[in-house]
Design a protein around this ligand. Structure first.
Ligand code: 5GP
Ligand code: ZN
Length: 113
């Protein structure tokens, strides 16, 4: 499968890894939109939120516990941070391997664009 993030999981494309577990991997976004911008991905390929099934519930939960640990390590947990997972092109998804954006280190506005 020709998936960019599967290639990062496999170590075939370099990335600045900041978190690693049995189920999840996190690395810095190549085009950061905030002082901290980390992508948390499942090791298992899932294209979009629409492709999740019941067996993936723990997997998705592990992305959020990873985000919590990353936010603490980055020093943004107390000030606050944004977690975003875009689904499909209309919402801005451009890489079709689900990923949780963790953004922080600057004030976040609402609603997002
Ligand atoms: P999406 O638009 O799908 O929600 O987010 C995809 C993210 O992946 C974007 O923020 C983009 O900057 C990031 N990205 C795209 N290609 C690469 C890459 O090769 N390495 C890293 N670290 N991030 C990437
Ligand atoms: Zn993939």
């Amino acid at each position: 499968m020709d998936c960019l993030f599967c290639k990062i999981v496999a170590g075939r494309i370099p990335a600045e890894i900041v978190y690693d577990s049995d189920t999840a991997l996190a690395f810095r976004d190549i085009d950061p939109q905030a002082p901290t911008h980390v992508l948390v991905i499942p090791r298992k390929h899932v294209s979009t939120i629409n492709d999740l099934d019941g067996e993936d519930e723990a997997l998705v939960g592990s992305l959020f516990t990873a985000a919590k640990e990353i936010a603490a390590a980055e020093g943004i947990a107390d000030d606050g941070y944004r977690t975003v997972m875009n689904c499909n092109e209309g919402a801005g998804q451009s890489v079709f391997h689900i990923h949780l954006h963790v953004l922080g280190g600057r004030p976040m506005t609402w609603p997002p664009g």
